[in-house]
Design a protein around this ligand. Sequence first.
Ligand code: IPE
Ligand code: IPE
Ligand code: MG
Ligand code: MG
Length: 316
Amino acid sequence: MTAAGKPAAPLASVAEREDRLFERWRVASAARVTRALERKFARLRAGAAPEIVRLLDAMEWTLLGGGKRLRPLLALAAAHAVCGDERLGMPGALAVELLHTYSLVHDDLPDMDNDSVRRGRPAVHARFGPALGILAGDALQSLAFEVLSEGAAPPGTPQGAAAAAGILARAAGPLGMAGGQAEDLAFEGRDPGEEERSQMARRKTGEMIAASLTVGAALGGATRAGLARLRRAGLLAGEAFQIRDDLLNREGDPQVMGKAAGSDERRGKSTLLARLGADGARKRLDLLALKAERLVSPFVSPRLDRMIRALSARSF
Ligand code: IPE
Ligand code: IPE
Ligand code: MG
Ligand code: MG
């Protein structure tokens, strides 16, 4: 019974209600992110010369062509968890999706993974040619910092905005995503140990997941201790996310995923899955996910908890 004398709701229905609320929030927030990106591109297009319009077309192609928007949702959930107002995290949310999309566009290039389908469409280089693929990636990266600097002006906190720019720059840089991508390519056809593969996954994928959380939290005014905890959670959840990606590459349906399957094995990618086997990889994934969930639990945010779980449990 509750204090008001009413019978307490059965536990299952509380969980179901929270699931529905989460789902409603997820869909609405992902749509808000997409609309804000569309508005930005509409402003860039106004009066642009035909050659620039072509570049903008190439930038929009994968950005607005689909995607689960997990990283911006992490940024919004983290901002909400630290200050109760997810709007403060929006500039970080947009920036992280732009950076992530740049990394995908370059990841697919012929001299990288040489994949020709992304988000259910031809990859940018397959549709617009490799030169525009490179330039679209470059310009998406710059646009991330432009959007961050525009949106994080007052009423967002200026200190938060400066910290946010540093977080994103480091996450995408030589000790982060770009470094991990360099390792990923250098490890092709070699046999690095488990620790090196884990390090590579944390850099190429974990750093951007961690930055999604910390950029949102920094804009929401998080403490240093809060940022450090979220960073640790993000690196672990990011490694779990990459292991899931590797499992999906082996077992997933290309139609559902909107990208190729079986390509890691063809290219001799040194994934954790290739080293540990499917059972070992799943065990490692579950352990990482559990640790990440424990790290975020003190924020007492159902939204954040569910987002962290969604990273390791996704099916596409
Ligand atoms: C795919 O990321 C690339 C990796 C880092 C493993 P997502 O699975 O989040 O791709 P989108 O954004 O939904 O297309
Ligand atoms: C993607 O890794 C990592 C980055 C884009 C930084 P993968 O190459 O394994 O991802 P998919 O499978 O192409 O999405
Ligand atoms: Mg790759
Ligand atoms: Mg790839």
